[in-house]
Each structure stands twice: as structure tokens, then as C-alpha cells.
Design a protein around this ligand. Structure first.
Ligand code: AMP
Ligand code: MG
Length: 352
């Protein structure tokens, strides 16, 4: 049985937070909202329950979790926050940024995958913060999605994925950003995963240059780096899904030259959706206007989830500039398409 508790996102009701926190204290799993995406969480010191999170998500065991804290003191109690960064981190947290630091506390192997480092984040969400405070422990939580599937950014999607499989789901508002937090390795000062807190903003806050890992940039995929040839899928629809690299007008031109294009759906900005539907009358999934890339990030996972419900032969998504949050958007798109770009099988279908 899963208890679904509706909680006000901006002014969480105390009694409801207490009810959800009780599950965490008693060794349960609670799905909760954060400003990035929904998380699926447990007491970070409870190895058995954290192991259950992996089972429920079907998550590879070597993929460690993020430990969510409610104060700087709690963060520094579980991990070693380097002195040189203390002031900046105090200033920028809570926010959608996760830091990898050396562990101070002994965590279950499920949380850190046996590493000597731990990922720590203080979420900027009243419900998430209140839940951690009331539970009295840091909460280990990966994103609320079955492995390989797009992440839930709203309670309805979390319920569709996990009703009956976890102890409690907090039903609150849609996540503000819609993509997972930025992950920074503080020792090497490198972005491991791009997210809503952009490299430009990090450089401004810390007053120094940050490197962006090749994997974060999407130049290679993580699995290639670890074991060449293995292809995990991430955030993926069931429908064949491709990235079109280039301007929308080139895509229109390409498709125009194919005599019979299999039924497809286009995912992209409002501007491009208008052009595509005018040119082909195809289904379109509108992620929002190009002038607001945050809106595009926010709608991305829902858009990918919607693709499967359209029952088309394939989906194609356009590319976005890799600036600001665009870097996080393209990183997720590359993963969702398994790095597949618009394929020759379609290009070569009978030219007019
Ligand atoms: P998720 O919240 O589902 O996006 O997963 C948490 C992310 O944090 C994964 O990409 C992990 O690989 C990453 N992560 C957690 N702990 C560490 C760590 N100690 N070192 C590097 N990455 C980590
Ligand atoms: Mg995840």
C-alpha cells in the first residue's frame, strides 16, 4: 500500500510532513518533490531500505545516490566540505547543485557504491527541506523514475510509476526546473553532470573557472567510457527516438525529399513545432518558446513520456544551443536518444 499525501508546495502543512517523515524514520521509502525533479528517498544510513530503492527502480547497483540535507551543518557532518569553499556553498545552497566530497560518516554501500566520496545536496524546496528536518536524518534519494525511463517531474507521473511499490508519495506541485541537479566534483572542480545551476553561474559564484567533463558535454556517453560497446538507455521512450543535428529548415528539407515518411512526431520549441506542423501536419510536442530555455527543460521529460502515447513510428527532437541550461537539456536529449541522430534508414527511404 502506498499512502498518497497531498502537501502544499510553498507552505507545507506540518501534520502532513510529520506523517511522511514517519515513513522515513520507520525504514520506509517516500517519494517527494524537489525543485529539480521528484526524488525517491530513504534514511541515508539505512542500507536495507536504500537497497530497496535500487530494486524498485531497477537501478544498476554501482550507481550511487545523492544524500539530501537540510542544513550546511548536516552536510559537513556527513561529508568533508573543503574550508576554501564553505562561504560560497553556504551562500548558494539551497539550490539545484550537488557536490561530491570525501565522506566523513560511514554510509551503507548502496549510498556511495563503496566509494570514499559522497554526493550531497540541499534542495531548494520547502517540502523537501521540511521532510528532511522532520525525519532528523539525511535522505538518500535518486530521481523518481524506473531506470532507463524519463524522470517524474510531477506527482501524477510518480504515482503512475510507483504506486503500490513505495510506502508514501507526496503529491505536490510540478518541479520547477524539470531536470536533475548539477553535479560538481569539488576536488577536481569539474562539472560531472550539467543541470539547472549552469557552469557560467558556478564560475561567477566561486570566482574561478570550472571544467566540464566530456561526459557532461555529451561528447561521449558514460557507458562508452566505462565499458565500450555497452549501451544503457536513459530517460528513453519506447518509440525510436532521434536527435536532428542542424537547423529546423534542414530537417524540413530532408523530410520533404522523402516520398513516404513513416508517421512520426516532432518534439521541439514552439517555433519549430509550428513550422513542422505546417509543413507535414505531423504530431508535435511543444516544449515552449526558444526565448525561455528553462521552460524547455521543464517540459522535456513530460514531452518524451508523451511521445509513447502518440503511437507513431518514430520521434525526432531538435537540438538546442549548449549554453546555460541548454547544456543540461542537450545532455538529457543525447541520453534519451541513446546518442542516435536522425538515421539514414529514414533519409534513404525512396527519394522523390
Ligand atoms: P540521480 O539522482 O538518479 O540522478 O542519481 C544520482 C547521481 O549522482 C548519479 O548520476 C550518480 O552517479 C551521482 N553520484 C552520486 N554519488 C556520487 C559520487 N560519490 N561520485 C560521483 N557521482 C556520484
Ligand atoms: Mg536518475
Amino acid at each position: 500500500m502506498t499512502e498518497i499525501i497531498k502537501i502544499n508546495a510553498t507552505a507545507p502543512e506540518k501534520s502532513k510532513i510529520a506523517a511522511a517523515a514517519k515513513y522515513i524514520k520507520n525504514g520506509g521509502i517516500v517519494i517527494f518533490p524537489t525543485e529539480t525533479v521528484y526524488g525517491i528517498g530513504a534514511n541515508a544510513f539505512d542500507g536495507n531500505t536504500c537497497a530497496k530503492i535500487f530494486k524498485v527502480k531497477d537501478r544498476p547497483v554501482d550507481n550511487p545516490l545523492i544524500v539530501h540535507v537540510s542544513s550546511f551543518e548536516m552536510a559537513n557532518d556527513v561529508g568533508v566540505i573543503p574550508k576554501e569553499y564553505t562561504d560560497v556553498i553556504k551562500k548558494i545552497w539551497p539550490s539545484p547543485i550537488t557536490f561530491i566530497v570525501k565522506t566523513r560518516k560511514k554510509f551503507p554501500k548502496e549510498v556511495t557504491a563503496g566509494l570514499e566520496t559522497v554526493a550531497i545536496r540541499m534542495p531548494a524546496h520547502p517540502v523537501a527541506l521540511a521532510l528532511i528536518i522532520k525525519s532528523g536524518v539525511p535522505i538518500a534519494a535518486p530521481s523518481a523514475n524506473p531506470s532507463k525511463k524519463p524522470t517524474a517531474t510531477n506527482a501524477n507521473q510518480a504515482i503512475k510509476y510507483f504506486d503500490g511499490k513505495v510506502d508514501c508519495i507526496i503529491d505536490s506541485e510540478r518541479s520547477f526546473f524539470g531536470v536533475e541537479s548539477t553535479i560538481i566534483d569539488l576536488e577536481r572542480f569539474v562539472v560531472l553532470r550539467p543541470g539547472p545551476f549552469t557552469p557560467e553561474e558556478i564560475e561567477r559564484a566561486f570566482g574561478k573557472k570550472i571544467k566540464v567533463d566530456k561526459i557532461a558535454k555529451g561528447e561521449i556517453n558514460a557507458e562508452q567510457a566505462i565499458s565500450p560497446g555497452t549501451k544503457y538507455r536513459h530517460y528513453s521512450p519506447e518509440t525510436p527516438f532521434y536527435l536532428f543535428e542542424g537547423q529546423i529548415d534542414s530537417l524540413i528539407e530532408e523530410l520533404d525529399n522523402i516520398e513516404q515518411v513513416p508517421e512520426f512526431a516532432f518534439i521541439g520549441s514552439s517555433e519549430s513545432c509550428t513550422k513542422m506542423s505546417k509543413a507535414f501536419g505531423c504530431s508535435t510536442i511543444d516544449l515552449g518558446g526558444r526565448s525561455n530555455m528553462y521552460e524547455i527543460a521543464k517540459n522535456l521529460y513530460d514531452g518524451i513520456i508523451l511521445l509513447d502515447s502518440l503511437k507513431v513510428k518514430f520521434g525526432v527532437i531538435e537540438e538546442f544551443d549548449e549554453e546555460g541550461i541548454g547544456l543540461a537539456i542537450m545532455n538529457r536529449i543525447r541520453k534519451a536518444t541513446s546518442h542516435k541522430t536522425f538515421p539514414n534508414e529514414i533519409r534513404n527511404l525512396k527519394k522523390v
